[in-house]
Design a protein around this ligand. Structure first.
Ligand code: HEM
Ligand code: HEM
Length: 188
């Protein structure tokens, strides 16, 4: 979006970039609790009822769709770039935010790919008894457990990084009171 005065009102992310951001946020905010709940019910409580199975199917299907959403988002980002940094930021704030953003993009790709490879190896590709996700690897249960373990730890690392990202946004919005929050807010 083009602003009238680039000093008073720094350029914001485009409507498309903001839609990509907030739909991703909504999906990740569903994926993490569903992942933890289904794995707790299945692995810890050994409760393999309809609810657990439906949570697994929902997690796999939404995660699979989210992967392609992230591929589209990254393609758009690489083609269109981002608005110039908010002009009042210190050099270390610019460097830190770029690092966190690119780490988030990397994890948003790696986490669902490892989930998909894990369920291919298991194999546990079934979605609500209706269809199977395409397999990426031949069955190997030991390897599946290792890959899904890494998937879970990287997902939790991503949740931690997201907390850092949200804390930084709140710092900009409430303490520093600069234009960072407005750049990504839906009504910017
Ligand atoms: C699942 C959670 C989240 C993820 C994965 C995420 C990821 C990202 C990424 C990758 C960027 C960089 C965009 C780019 O330059 O292409 C970004 C920017 C931004 N995000 Fe998030 N975000 C999340 C949650 C949030 C939340 C909850 C807020 C608000 C409270 C927020 C506010 C912002 C803002 C204001 C920017 C723009 C920063 C700037 O101007 O440099 N994000 N986010
Ligand atoms: C960004 C997308 C994703 C996020 C944020 C995510 C997050 C998580 C989390 C937090 C857990 C729980 C880990 C634990 O119990 O410690 C989990 C488990 C799991 N995820 Fe994902 N996941 C994503 C995508 C996927 C995809 C695409 C698949 C498969 C197609 C998948 C398959 C699984 C499976 C099978 C488990 C259970 C592992 C087990 O029972 O030990 N995930 N995920």
């Amino acid at each position: 979006m083009q602003e009238h005065d680039p000093v008073a009102a720094p350029k914001a992310y485009s409507g498309v970039a903001r839609s990509f951001h907030w739909i991703t946020v909504a999906a990740v905010f569903v994926m993490v609790p569903v992942g933890l709940t289904m794995s707790y019910r299945g692995n810890t409580l050994d409760l393999w009822d309809d609810l657990t199975n439906n949570l697994y199917s929902s997690h796999k299907l939404l995660g699979f769709l989210l992967l392609w959403w992230i591929v589209l988002r990254l393609t758009y980002r690489l083609i269109h770039g981002a608005p110039a940094d908010e002009p009042t930021l210190e050099w270390w704030q610019k460097a830190g935010s770029h690092l966190v953003h690119w780490l988030l993009y990397a994890l948003l790709l790696i986490v669902p790919v490892l989930g998909w490879i894990g369920v291919s190896l298991y194999p546990a590709l079934d979605i609500f008894g209706l269809f199977n996700l395409p397999a990426l690897a031949a069955p190997n249960e030991d390897m599946a457990k290792r890959v899904l373990n890494i998937h879970g730890w990287l997902a939790l690392s991503m949740a931690l990084l997201i907390s850092v990202h949200i804390a930084a946004v709140l710092y900009h919005a409430l303490i520093r009171r600069d234009g960072v929050f407005r750049r990504m807010w839906p009504r910017a």
